[in-house]
Design a protein around this ligand. Structure first.
Ligand code: FAD
Length: 419
């Protein structure tokens, strides 16, 4: 009989019988004529939504339709950082909910997602930035979230190789969230896909949604490259393609799509034991368990649906890296790639109903949607099942831009590259 559950016992047993008994992680499902819920987009958010829907609301017919393959979108392209170091009331409870879900995720879905709470350190370089981080840290603590302010000496002890002595932007300290860290991104996609499949969800790959069928003002299903699939409710979780898919239902979203690039170096001996972000430029870095330096920076500054970027941003990211830690200049780059960001105009996401009955939207995750994956799935499932927002996601309404109730964490205004 194929082995289904991962445990020490099943690992030993399969090790002894040549790993011949593992069950496929998920079935290759074909579309059925109709489902109660169709989730468009098999990224982290779509899969997590399907999982929490099936797990919490039981007995439902659920499908996830994905135009490519599981893990091919941003969920498998990000720099794997998770944190809940937010300031604004609309954001902090949501991201802390996600952090708590990360902490229990591996047991919950029976999958090793390599959740590593190695800490996230945001550096500051002047007094104004220090004040802003003190405020943010206090806000976090008021919400019961861990935050520690480090002075320059404490940062130097932790990361002695940073440029402290002759830097253009001297390091004055940092705000540390010890519970933040990294999670292996594609394991999150595979883990949720496997767990949802075990609960009966059909995960349908190579199935592109080409239209949304609307009858008498209500979404009744999706047209796909594999035929029409009927649905009681349709949930969109298409990340960088959100605007294009929503346009199939006549919706224009407050979202621009931009490329974000990421980089990984050759493997090195471990020397960075947390995630570090530069406060004087857009650059962040961590070290993977294989030893590669994983780093990134700003979005490419033009709208695009291409999953590859261009050289000016590569130069900009490398400049940031050199300013912060000059030793990076001798490291060889192994790979770089791009993913499609759904940049909302205030830098915060949308989890809401749309003006079309039966059509629901999960979008606008900008740079930060990976850390949100579990809470986004939980809250979108709640909205789909109950038709009301989850208590930690009440601020993420689609009409907030018209109402002037934006959630602009960085106070930058409607400029995607500054969020
Ligand atoms: C380089 C990079 C670094 C990042 N770093 C971080 C980070 O460190 N921390 C963090 O929190 N976030 C980070 N992010 C952001 C994060 O990855 C995204 O916000 C998040 O993954 C988006 O949600 P998703 O996983 O559902 O997206 P995706 O995996 O992109 O899922 C959307 C899916 O929808 C599918 N789809 C689109 N159109 C259709 C259609 N018509 N029919 C069917 N399917 C369709 C796509 O193929 C795709 O698989 C980063 C992103 C990038 C690109």
């Amino acid at each position: 009989m194929p082995t289904d559950r991962y445990s020490l016992f099943s690992l030993l047993r399969e090790g002894l019988r040549g790993n011949t008994g593992w069950k496929a992680a998920w079935r290759k499902a074909a579309p059925a004529p109709a489902y109660d819920y169709v989730i468009v987009g098999g990224g982290g958010h779509g899969l997590a939504t399907a999982y929490y829907l099936a797990r919490r609301y039981g007995g439902l017919r659920i499908a996830v339709v994905e135009k490519g393959w599981i893990g091919g979108g941003n969920v498998g392209r990000n720099t794997t950082i998770v944190r809940s170091n937010y300031l604004l009331p609309g954001n902090e409870p949501f991201y802390e909910c996600s952090m708590k879900l990360w902490e229990g995720l591996e047991q919950d879905i029976n999958y090793n997602a390599m959740v590593s709470q190695r800490g996230v350190l945001n550096l500051f370089h002047n007094d104004a930035q220090r004040n802003a981080y003190i405020r943010r840290g206090n806000g976090m603590r008021l919400h019961g979230v861990d935050a520690e302010l480090l002075d320059a000496t404490a940062v130097r002890e932790k990361l002695p190789f940073l440029n402290f002595d002759d830097a253009r932007f001297p390091i004055r300290g940092g705000l540390l969230q010890p519970r933040g860290g990294t999670v292996r991104h594609d394991a999150v996609a595979w883990g949720y896909a496997r767990a949802a499949d075990r609960l009966g969800v059909d995960i349908i790959e190579n199935c592109e949604v080409t239209g949304i069928r609307i009858e008498r003002g209500r979404a009744v299903g999706v047209e796909t490259s594999r035929g029409f699939v009927g649905a009681g409710k349709v949930g969109l979780a298409c990340a960088g393609n959100s605007s294009r898919v929503a346009a199939m239902a006549g919706l224009r979203l407050p979202i621009e799509s931009h490329v974000l690039q990421a980089f990984v170096s050759e493997g090195l001996k471990p020397f960075i034991d947390c995630v570090v972000t530069f406060g004087a430029g857009h650059f962040y870095i961590s070290q993977s368990d294989k030893g590669g330096l994983v780093f990134g920076g700003d979005i490419d500054g033009y709208n695009s649906y291409a999953q590859r970027g261009n050289l000016p941003v590569i130069e900009d990211v490398c400049e940031g890296g050199m300013a912060l830690m000059p030793r990076i200049g001798r490291v060889r780059l192994l790979r770089h790639w791009g993913g499609l960001m759904d940049m909302s105009m205030d830098g915060s996401p949308i989890i809401d109903r749309t003006p079309v009955d039966g059509l629901y939207l999960n979008a606008g995750w900008c740079y930060g949607g990976f850390k949100a994956t579990p809470a986004s799935g939980l809250c979108f499932a709640h909205l789909l099942a109950r038709d009301e927002p989850h208590p930690v996601a009440t601020a993420y309404r689609l009409d907030r831009f018209a109402r002037g109730a934006v959630i602009d964490e960085k106070g930058m205004g409607a400029q995607p590259n500054l969020h």
